[in-house]
Every structure is written in C-alpha cells, then in structure tokens.
Design a protein around this ligand. Structure first.
Ligand code: HEC
Length: 266
C-alpha cells in the first residue's frame, strides 16, 4: 500500500491545502460559536459553558429571559443606589409589579396604550428606573445594550416570552448541514490519515474518533433540547473529541507529507 510520503507533490499539496482550509473552517466555526451559543447566558466566556449550551438548545421552560434578568443581573437597576440588596419599599413594589406582569403573560395594554404608544404602568416603571438608558436602539452609554431595546412593546415581549430554546425546525436544519458537512470533512481527512505510516490501530482510532465526535455532538444537541441541562456534557465531550481528532489527524497527515522519508521500496 502506498503512503502519502511516496506520493507526488500535487497530492501532498492537496492534503496540505485541505488541512489548512479546514483549520480555518474550525477557527471561523469557533468565532461563530463565540457569537451565538457562547453569549446565551449574557456573559462572554472563551468557550461555551454548560449553561450557555442548555440555554441555547433547551431554553428555560416555565420562565422567561426577562424574569431571569429582572431577578438576577438587572435587579440592581430598580435601586437608586444600584444595589440589589437595598431596594426601598417603593422600589420593591415596582420590582414585584414588573415580575407579576411578566408572570401574567406581559399584556400589552399594561406596557403602553397600543393605539397611542403612551407608556402605561409597566412602561413607566421601566422608563423611570432607567432601563431605557441602556436598552434603547440609540443608547450609547457605557455598558448599554442597544441591541436588546426594551423601549417598545415588541422589544420587551421578545424577552417576556417563554424561552423554549432552539426550535425543532432550526435544529433539524443545523443537524443535517453538520452531518453532511462534517461527514465529508472527516472523509477527506480520513483518507489522508489512512495513507500515513502510523500503526493501523492509531489510524483507525483517529478516523473513528472523528466520525464518532460528529454523532456525539449532534446527538448531544437533541439530548439537551429534550432532556435539558443534564446532557450538556455530551455536547462538550463531542466538541472536545472533534477538535482532538481533527488536530491529531491533520498533524499525522502533514507529518507524513513533509517530514517522513519515503520507505526504500518506493
Ligand atoms: C447600565 C446599563 C443597563 C441598565 C440601566 C439596564 N440594563 Fe438590562 N442589560 C444590560 C446589559 C449590559 C445586559 C447584558 C448582560 C446581562 O445579561 O447581564 C442586559 C441584559 C438585559 C436583559 C436580557 C437581554 C438580552 O439580550 O438577553 C433584559 C431583559 C434586561 N437587561 C432588562 C433590564 C431592565 C428591566 C432594566 C431596568 C430595571 C435594565 N435591564 C437596566 C445593561 C443595562
């Protein structure tokens, strides 16, 4: 059986360029993850955390993002002192009114008059507590969030709605694209790995790990969607295995192309 090291320059160029382009693909995929899944919990981390993954695919059944924020990191803005532990009775009442409104499905008429768009009770609370200083399309202040405007009913309603995570349709689309794309990717890399001179066991192991990681990752998305946060380890394990299998396979192929002396019988 011929090895990569015995093949012509064009084959080596093919394998090398293929691994370079795929590595770029991995890099861009990581940036994209950083942009979407990774920010699901409002915090930016270097890699998606288990909580990001659970929020992205599973959502927060039985609650809304608005509620989570008003109870959590946004509670302090109800306080004149910006201290969530020091709400005055009046501030507590506003906080409770907003939560109660959310729990009743966030009816529009309590936010503003649907015809005139004059703020009603809830709109006025958000206005007076300074939420729109940061949550308006033209907010520019430090730490503002203009991409999540709350100064219109449609803007708030987007968050005051049960968060059910990714829809089945979206997940089906994402799954088939990834199964086909990653399958072909590991097919290409697998050919190169199979043509190296490493032991048959190592080559088979790396090839199987690549394909298995795709199944683990995508199976994990579905498990998290329906099973919840207990399954995020599947997605994390799939992602780690995928990165490791790809990196190892690419290094094996490049080593075979450029660093290994062709066997003498060539
Ligand atoms: C000083 C600026 C600032 C003020 C004032 C502020 N927020 Fe925020 N808000 C942010 C930032 C930054 C985030 C994103 C980080 C986070 O989720 O904790 C955010 C996130 C949110 C989100 C989630 C939006 C998303 O895209 O996921 C909601 C809902 C929210 N805030 C509600 C409120 C409410 C209600 C008030 C008023 C009581 C308020 N905020 C006041 C800066 C602000």
């Amino acid at each position: 059986m011929r090895r990569l090291s015995q093949l012509d320059g064009p084959f080596k160029a093919l394998v090398t360029m293929f691994t370079i382009v795929l590595s770029c693909g991995f890099g861009v995929a990581h940036l994209y993850l950083h942009h979407t899944v990774d920010r699901a919990d409002g915090k930016e981390d270097l890699v998606p955390t288990a909580r990001d993954i659970a929020l992205h695919y599973h959502g927060e059944p039985g609650t809304t993002r608005f509620r989570t924020k008003v109870l959590g990191s946004m509670k302090k803005y109800f306080s004149a002192e910006e201290d969530p532990g020091k709400l005055t009775p009046e501030e507590e009442a506003d906080h409770a009114a907003v939560l109660d409104w959310d729990a009743r499905g966030a009816p529009e008429a309590e936010y503003w008059d649907p015809a005139t768009k004059d703020y009603a009770k809830i709109g006025n609370i958000l206005l007076n507590r300074g939420c729109f200083d940061c949550h308006a399309p033209d907010a520019v202040g430090k730490g503002s969030k203009p991409k999540s405007p709350l100064d219109t009913y449609a803007g708030v309603k987007k968050f005051a709605t049960e968060n059910t995570g990714m829809s089945t349709g979206e997940l089906l689309m994402l799954s088939h694209i990834h199964l086909l794309g990653m399958g072909l990717m590991f097919l290409g890399l697998g050919f190169a790995v199979a043509l190296t001179s490493f032991s048959a066991r190592l080559r088979a192991g790396v090839i199987c790990a690549g394909f298995a990681s795709v199944l683990l990752d995508i199976g994990g998305w579905w498990a998290v969607k329906y099973g919840g946060a207990n399954w995020t380890w599947l997605v994390l394990a799939g992602g780690l295995l995928m990165g490791a299998a790809f990196a190892l396979g690419a290094l094996m192929a490049l080593h075979e192309c450029w660093l290994r002396k062709p066997p003498p019988d060539a």
